[in-house]
Design a protein around this ligand. Structure first.
Ligand code: ATP
Ligand code: MG
Length: 254
């Protein structure tokens, strides 16, 4: 193995994952034997109808909730078997997470939002400053550090959210419909940012999206239907319209 390789394998493996929620006296099976495998860095998408279980999958992968059954292996660790204190560390340090909205604390400035993970982790001020300023700069927000979220555009807010997710330089970023509330231009910029992260930082970026335009920039698209994997599309070199047509055909036939 080359010396610059990480000790663990950069991979995500989800096996026969089950998760149900209780809603009054009704049981909702959100995941029903979901499988997924990623073994190389890159930009990946998860697509599927509303209610098919995409957010549930991302929540479990991010360590935000517990599965009922099945296996979740991330970077060589079975996160479904981690004790709570190690799961907290996993959530904070190993992976970065962002959502469609409500990513930022409204009372903190952009800079304070970015360095929040470091503050919670009691990192020294010099490190906070260096990381915080560096990440804001990397996201093209060097002059926005003092703004509160409500004084930033939606696209800027999401770039602050990415900067914060990268505070501990995770090798994996999970994003749940990160451009769901953005205009076309801001969406495209955010997709490019995520693509660059995957390429330049050798990360796995896994994004839930409803947009074929976004998915067509990805290496692979994982289709989800009724809480199960319905198929995988090699999306490289596919036009958005072709990708959408294939996704519809596969999802219909399963
Ligand atoms: N906390 C919860 N309590 C009860 N049911 C839930 C809960 N979270 C999700 N569900 C249900 O689980 C199923 C899967 O939900 P999930 O949010 O994972 O879908 P999704 O694919 O992300 O949908 P969308 O595209 O609309 O975001 C849905 O039927 C949903 O109503
Ligand atoms: Mg969702």
């Amino acid at each position: 193995m080359a010396e610059d390789h990480p000790q663990h394998e950069l991979a995500i493996r989800v096996g026969s994952l089950h998760k149900s929620y209780r809603l009054g006296d009704r049981r909702v099976d959100a995941l029903n034997g979901m499988d997924l495998e990623i073994t190389e860095p890159g930009f990946y998408a998860v697509m599927g109808a509303s209610g098919s279980g995409k957010s549930t999958l991302l929540h479990l992968l991010a360590g935000l909730d517990q599965a009922d059954q099945g296996t979740l292996e991330v970077l060589g660790t079975r996160i479904d078997q981690l004790p709570e204190h190690e799961l907290t560390r996993y959530r904070r340090h190993t992976v970065g997470v962002m959502f469609q909205r409500f990513n930022l604390l409204p009372t903190l400035t952009a800079y304070e939002n970015v360095v929040l993970p470091g503050v919670l982790d009691k990192r020294p001020p010099a490190e906070l400053r260096e990381r915080g300023m560096g990440l804001l700069e990397e996201m093209g927000l060097a002059d926005r550090g003092r703004h509160r979220p409500d004084a930033l555009s939606g696209g800027e807010q999401q770039r602050v959210a990415i900067a914060r997710a990268l505070f501990f330089a995770p090798q994996i970023l999970f994003a749940d419909e990160p451009t769901g509330n953005l205009d076309t231009h801001s969406s495209e910029r955010l997709w490019s940012t995520m693509e660059d992260l995957a390429d330049q930082r050798n990360m796995i970026v896994l994004m839930v999206t409803h947009e074929a335009e976004a998915a067509s920039r990805c290496r692979k698209v994982f289709l989800v239907k009724d809480g199960c994997g319905a198929g995988v599309i090699d999306a490289e070199d596919l036009e958005p319209s072709e990708l959408a047509a294939r996704a519809t055909a596969i999802t219909r036939s399963t």
